[in-house]
Structure formats: C-alpha cells, structure tokens
Design a binder for this molecule. Structure first.
Ligand code: C2E
Ligand code: MG
Ligand code: MG
Ligand code: MG
Length: 285
C-alpha cells in the first residue's frame, strides 16, 4: 500500500519513526534521572527445591516505576541501559540492594537463603568487576556462597576474554554462576562445559511447551545431560501443577514460577518464608 503512494511514501512512514525515536529519547532521559536518583526497586521471586518444596533462594528482578512514564518493564529499559552504558551503575545499585535485602533476611533467621542476581555483559567486561562484587559482599557481611550470578547465553557467547576471566575469578572465590534462559541462544551443553557454570536455568518456553504437542523428551534430556555435567537445574516459568509433576518426575532440582509466587516487593517475602513448613532438621536441632 505504501508503495503505491509513491512520493508520499516517506511522509507515510516518518511520523511513526519520529514518534518512536522521540519516545525512546524521553525514556533515555528519564532513565538517566532514575539512575541518578537510585529510583529502581527490586522485586523478589522464590526458587523452590522440587523435592521438599522449601525456598532455596530468591531471584532479584528490577522494577522501574517512573513518575512521568509509569511502569517500564526491564525487557524495555535494560537493553537501552546496556547500549548507553548506564547498566554499569544500575547493576551496582541492584547488587547493593539485593545484598542489603539478603543481609536482612539472614538477620531475621533465614541464614541459608541465597540470592540470584542478573548480570549484563557490559558489567562482566569490566576488569574490576570481580573485586566490586567482593567488596559489596564484605559491606553487607555476606559470604560468596550466599549469592549467585545469572547471565544469559548470548552474553557469554560473545566470548570476550575479560568475561571469561571475570567468571573464573568469581567462581574461584566461591560465587556460583547460573546460565539463564538456557535453550534460547545457540550454545550447547558441551560449550558450557568450558565455563565455570554451576546452575542451568531452563527457559520458560520449554516449560510452556509441555502443554502443546512438542516433545517432552527434549526437556528431560536437558535435565539428564545437565546432571551428567554436574549442574543443578532450575525450571523457569512453572505455572501449572501438570508442569510441576513432570519436572518432579524427571528430577529437576529447582522450580520457579507463578505457580508458587510472582516476584514480590521486599515487604512480601518474609511472609512467604514464614508460611513454609519448618524442615525436620530444624525442628530436632
Ligand atoms: P529473567 O532473568 O529470565 O527473569 C525471569 C522473568 O520471568 C521475570 O520477568 C519474571 O517476572 C518472569 N516470570 C517468572 N515466573 C514466571 C511465570 O511463571 N510465567 C511467566 N510468563 N513469566 C514468569 P521480568 O521481571 O519482567 O524480567 C525480565 C528480564 O529482565 C529478566 O529475565 C532479566 O533478563 C532482565 N532483568 C531483570 N532484572 C534485571 C537486573 O537487575 N539486571 C539485569 N541485567 N537484567 C535484569
Ligand atoms: Mg534471571
Ligand atoms: Mg530467565
Ligand atoms: Mg529472561
């Protein structure tokens, strides 16, 4: 249709393009301000042990509710922050806030709970990144084993030397590394073998598809191979009892999803922990 308009073609498209880039420019402006004002909040989603149903950890997920623009989802502003470099500062704010929250949970008597923190490549290519993480842990009197870092296949696949160096350093210090959204990129399990990965998070698209015709053998094969490589496995996006049953039958170690809880603001997580049945060891101790 646009083609037939001939000379008007440009006019036909330009308002939309102009509008979109104006929108992005506004978001970027507000993002700078939000970073300066430390205006981000974290929500926390529990990750449960499949066998016991006990909460093992929480994943920290960033939230931005802008005064002018309203809620902007991380899928929209994190890529922007990666492009303009703000992610380095935002990432440090996330690390601080997540560690502060975890420190509080430990003081409230939940000393075995861990915290998962999402990372972007831009953070991992910084030579000083590993020491920044260690300093933050010290500041909140946490141990390296109290947190783990989540990164996506694509960010590691870019394969920068500094990224691998940082990962090795962090791993040697006792910080666990999780491969996030596994199955959405192009890496194979054998590629992962070359990296210091401890945890595999299977992307929720594999869990969704259990309902459709697609072959559940793929999912169970991923779990089996990951175990053979000594990795623990988390299933993301578990929404249905039937999915939970499959995962439990196929020895998936950990589960995360709306079936158990959506991500909640900080003041909602103590309630979750208190609602858990007390594990037997703790009763007899
Ligand atoms: P992710 O790390 O894979 O996080 C899981 C996403 O799945 C979260 O979306 C979560 O709210 C959503 N989710 C959890 N359970 C379910 C479920 O049962 N069903 C469905 N449909 N979705 C579920 P969210 O919070 O919008 O975050 C999106 C992505 O943004 C994250 O994906 C992560 O890649 C990125 N992100 C979030 N926080 C941070 C951060 O602090 N730093 C960085 N670099 N990236 C972040
Ligand atoms: Mg994640
Ligand atoms: Mg994920
Ligand atoms: Mg994701």
């Amino acid at each position: 249709e646009a083609k037939n308009r001939g000379k008007n073609c440009f006019k036909y498209f330009s308002p939309n393009i102009g509008q979109r880039s104006r929108e992005m420019a506004t978001i970027e402006q507000r993002l700078h301000l939000a970073t300066e004002n430390q205006a981000f909040e974290l929500h926390y989603q529990p990750i449960l042990e499949t066998s016991s149903g006990q909460i093992r950890s929480f994943e920290a997920l960033i939230r931005w509710n802008d005064e002018q623009l309203g809620r902007i989802p991380p899928d929209k502003f994190i890529p922007l922050a990666e492009q303009n470099g703000l992610i380095v500062e935002i990432g440090q704010q996330v690390l601080n806030q997540a560690c502060e929250q975890l420190c509080q949970l430990h003081q409230q008597g939940y000393g075995s709970i861990k915290m998962g923190i999402n990372l972007s490549t831009r953070q991992l290519t910084r030579p000083q990144f590993a020491s920044e993480v260690i300093n933050t842990l010290d500041r909140y009197r946490l141990k390296p084993s109290d947190i783990y870092l989540e990164l996506t296949e694509t960010s590691v696949m870019k394969g920068q030397k500094q990224t691998v160096r940082n990962l090795s350093k962090l791993s040697r210090l006792g910080i666990q590394i999780a491969m996030d959204d596994f199955g959405t990129g192009y890496s194979s399990l054998s590629y992962l073998k070359r990296l210091p990965i401890d945890l595999l998070k299977i992307d929720r698209s594999f869990i969704n598809q259990l309902e459709n015709d697609s072959n559940p053998a793929i999912l169970s094969a991923i779990i089996t191979m990951a175990h053979a490589m000594g990795l623990e496995v988390v299933a993301e996006g578990v929404e249905l009892e039937s999915q939970m049953r499959f995962l439990s039958d196929h020895n998936c170690d950990l589960v995360q999803g709306y079936l158990f809880s959506p991500p909640r603001p900080a003041d909602g997580i103590l309630e979750l922990l208190q609602a858990q049945p007390v594990p037997l060891q703790q009763v007899s101790a």
